[in-house]
Ligand binder design. Structure first.
Ligand SMILES: Cc1cc2nc3c(=O)[nH]c(=O)nc-3n(C[C@H](O)[C@H](O)[C@H](O)COP(=O)(O)OP(=O)(O)OC[C@H]3O[C@@H](n4cnc5c(N)ncnc54)[C@H](O)[C@@H]3O)c2cc1C
Length: 423
């Protein structure tokens, strides 16, 4: 059977791989000339299997009035009358409760466990080289209230299946573990350390996987091909109208990241995926400075730091900011400079030479869970909406998607990720 995978980001490529392994004829279509040219390009590089709690929570709800007024906060909301934004926002607010936080955490932990295994298997079998390593992750809390909430989350997660072992550290213990941090112990309340968390560069992974896909006899590529619309006939996608003509296909998998919602509209249904813009820089440590060993999250500043190896000659990726400002992916230099200023207070960085800035749109759902499942259209499958965790969850999401498409028993309860789930 011929399957058309729309989108060659990390979700599309991993889905194409899993389908090709099951013998499908797979066509990968993307508007860019290279894979992973959009949100999968320079993300935070964190394979964050244990930190899966959703953004929508009672704590976030309390902060929303302040976020609407502040221009310097790490999260910014630009309210608009766009009906998609309003619908998304209302569902986000409805998801800000403890029941949903618990359900999402359980669902995401199951998917992240599947992802960890699937990524390890794929990386080893295909000898993919993208700097994968188990560096451990430190999540640092500047305020007592967020540290207390994190300790509760650690206790809650410890009782769940698929939980990773986590340690609660005092500020001094944290600095002993990671001496590269330039923060005084009085400036933060403590940290959570997860030794099993990993780092890897998502774009390098995608490039390596694309090479392996190109070697498969049952995979074809249509890069530089802009998808314009889905041609519908009797509750089926009969073809895909593109800048290179119409592509005929039996089955379509929508892995277009933030653009997916527009194509769902063509097909006559709503998809609650909205862009949440973020930024990164890839930079060097200052000369003579101690290099970072672990991946670190400065939770209250919402900035993540990952020391890179492969392909980046000991650089560090700094990523953060969550702006709900529509589909504009241009770099707002004031936002970027604000993040860089915070980073320079936290680590000894050389921000004068060879700093590589980037911005991308996280394809976000109101409850932070991806949508993996059949759409109301009989031959249209959805694998999108991975938000801030698309790299972490890609391999598990792809496996789950391929299992469902092939009629196998999916590894994770599909109701958790269905389009029509409760929220
Ligand atoms: C600043 C930042 C930091 C992040 N850090 C992390 C992290 O540390 N760990 C983590 O797990 N996740 C992280 N993420 C999230 C992760 O990067 C995303 O969830 C993931 O890349 C989404 O992948 P995707 O394949 O769905 O989307 P994309 O990579 O955007 O792929 C979608 C593809 O669809 C194509 N496309 C779109 N429209 C069309 C069209 N009309 N025709 C043809 N092709 C089209 C695009 O060209 C693109 O290649 C971060 C995101 C950001 C922005």
């Amino acid at each position: 059977m011929r399957v058309c995978v729309l989108g060659a980001g990390v979700i599309g490529l991993t889905t194409a791989w899993e389908l090709a392994q099951r013998g499908y004829e797979v066509a990968v279509v993307d508007r860019r000339r290279e894979p992973a040219a959009e949100t999968s390009f320079a993300n935070g590089a964190q394979l964050s299997y244990a930190f899966v709690a959703p953004l929508a929570s009672p704590e976030t709800l309390r902060k929303i009035p302040g976020l609407l007024l502040s221009s310097a906060a790490p999260v910014r909301i630009r309210p608009t009358l766009d009906p998609d934004f309003i619908r998304w926002g209302l569902r986000f607010l409805a998801a800000c409760n403890n029941r949903m936080v618990a359900e999402t955490t359980r669902a995401q932990l199951a998917l992240s466990a599947l992802s960890r295994g699937a990524l390890a298997e794929l990386a080893q079998r295909e000898a993919l080289s993208f700097g994968l390593r188990t560096a451990g992750k430190i999540v640092l809390h500047r305020t007592r209230s967020s540290f207390d909430a994190a300790r509760q989350q650690v206790a809650r997660q410890a009782t769940l299946q698929n939980a990773e072992g986590q340690q609660v550290l005092t500020a001094s213990e944290c600095l002993e573990l990671e001496p590269a941090l330039e923060i005084h112990p009085n400036e933060f309340a403590g940290a959570i350390y997860t030794p099993t968390e990993q780092i890897g560069d998502c774009r390098l992974f995608c490039q390596e996987l694309a090479v392996r896909l190109q070697q498969q006899p049952n995979v074809t590529w249509q890069l530089g091909t802009h998808v314009r619309k889905l041609v519908m006939r009797a509750n089926r996608v009969s073809g895909i109208e593109t800048s290179q003509g119409v592509i005929e296909t039996n089955l379509v998998v929508l892995t277009l990241g933030s653009a997916a919602a527009r194509f769902a509209k063509f097909a006559g249904f709503g998809l609650p995926v909205y862009p949440m813009k973020g930024y990164s820089i890839t930079a060097r440590f200052a000369s003579g400075a101690q290099a970072l060993q672990h991946s670190v999250t400065d939770l209250n500043q919402k900035i993540v730091y990952a020391p890179l190896k492969e392909g980046y000659k000991d650089m560090v990726r700094v990523a953060g900011i969550a702006d709900l400002v529509g589909f504009d992916s241009d770099i707002d230099h004031r936002r970027l400079t604000g993040m860089m200023r915070q980073a320079a207070k936290f680590l000894s960085l050389d921000l004068e030479s060879d700093v590589r800035p980037w911005a991308g749109l996280r394809p976000s759902t109101p409850d932070s869970r991806p949508i993996i499942g059949w759409s109301p259209i009989s031959n249209l499958f959805l694998n999108t909406g991975h938000g801030a965790l698309g790299w972490t969850l890609a391999c598990g999401s792809a496996r789950q998607a391929a299992q469902m498409i092939a009629g196998e028993q999916p590894a994770v309860d599909p109701r958790w990720f269905a389009l029509e789930r409760r929220s």
